[in-house]
Design a protein around this ligand. Structure first.
Ligand code: HXC
Length: 261
């Protein structure tokens, strides 16, 4: 499938991995409705394809995404925003995506761009990355979960300061604050993200999906409910051939070959 606002690749040296690049270079990858629609389609295709085990979502060297498309939004009325449920569909599609998605962020990840990165399962940042929620400068607010997710990632004080002043955070600060899993040299970003994705793609896809669900549940449930869910799913893994294969491979000192059943 070809897209107007995305480049979707299957890197030759990363079996099971799909790389999605946001591709609106003239607008610093600003998220318009076309891009979000195409991203939903690309996720549908990746979910339906058993060969796809992990995604990497990236932008350009200059920008992961500089936010929602201000030019598209500026004249919208309340009725139009409400009726179209502006941006919600794309965000929900990512929230409901069951396979892992790694955000590989270089340059600006602002507004909806920062929110898109936070919707992914983890963020690897280039040392050039800049994160921010500058919507206050436009007289609005984050609309794809930023007030909630940034606060959970970095805590109230830093989130409040960033959201109320519009200040950006550089990659080092984002790592210290726990927004990103790690920072790498900009020219190694894709290589590092693909290496992590390749590692995930080689695991049991069933165990990967269950682990992802449980880490997500840590944000939604109490500790005791989350731990109870973990115990149930941990036990259930013993119904899969992949558990037998993983443990047999350890005992036999060989690499496991997971089949997803
Ligand atoms: C539309 C955008 C854009 C955006 C950049 N561009 N960001 N177009 N929407 N969010 C366009 C510019 O208009 C310009 O095109 C081109 O990209 C290059 O941008 P410049 O501003 O010339 O580049 P630079 O001087 O390097 O500054 C980069 C920047 C700045 C600091 C990232 O572009 C910027 O502040 N962008 C807006 C960031 C922002 O406020 N994001 C939050 C959006 S609201 P032209 O053709 O004009 O030269 C949001 C709400 C989410 O995200 C909730 C939705 C429901």
């Amino acid at each position: 499938m070809s897209y107007e606002t995305l480049i979707v690749e299957t890197p030759a040296d990363a079996a099971g991995v799909t790389l999605i690049r946001l591709n609106r270079p003239d607008a610093l990858n600003a998220l318009n409705s076309r891009l979000l629609e195409e991203l939903s389609q690309a996720l549908d295709a990746a979910e339906a394809d058993d060969a796809v085990r992990c995604l990497v979502l990236t932008g350009s060297e200059r920008a992961f995404a500089a936010g929602a498309d201000i030019k598209e939004m500026s004249d919208k009325t309340y009725a139009e925003m409400f009726a179209a449920d502006f941006f919600t569909k794309g965000a929900r599609r990512i929230e409901q995506f069951r396979k892992p998605i790694i955000a590989a962020v270089a340059g600006y990840a602002l507004g909806g761009g920062c929110e898109l990165a936070m919707l992914c399962d983890f963020i690897i940042a280039a040392d050039t990355a800049k994160f921010g929620q500058p919507e206050i400068n436009l007289g609005v607010m984050p609309g794809i979960g930023g007030t909630q997710r940034l606060t959970r990632f970095v805590g109230k004080s830093k989130a409040m300061e960033m959201i109320l002043t519009g200040r950006m955070m550089d990659a080092a600060e984002a790592e210290r604050a726990g927004l990103v899993s790690r920072v790498v040299a900009a020219d190694k970003l894709i290589e590092e993200a693909l290496a992590a994705a390749r590692k995930i793609a080689g695991q049991s896809p069933l165990a990967v999906m269950m682990n992802k669900e449980l880490v997500e549940a840590a944000y939604e449930t109490t500790l005791s409910t989350g731990v109870a869910m973990e115990r149930r799913l941990f036990h259930s893994l013993f119904a899969f051939e992949d558990q037998k294969e993983g443990m047999a491979a350890f005992v036999e000192k060989r690499k496991p070959h997971f089949k997803g059943r």
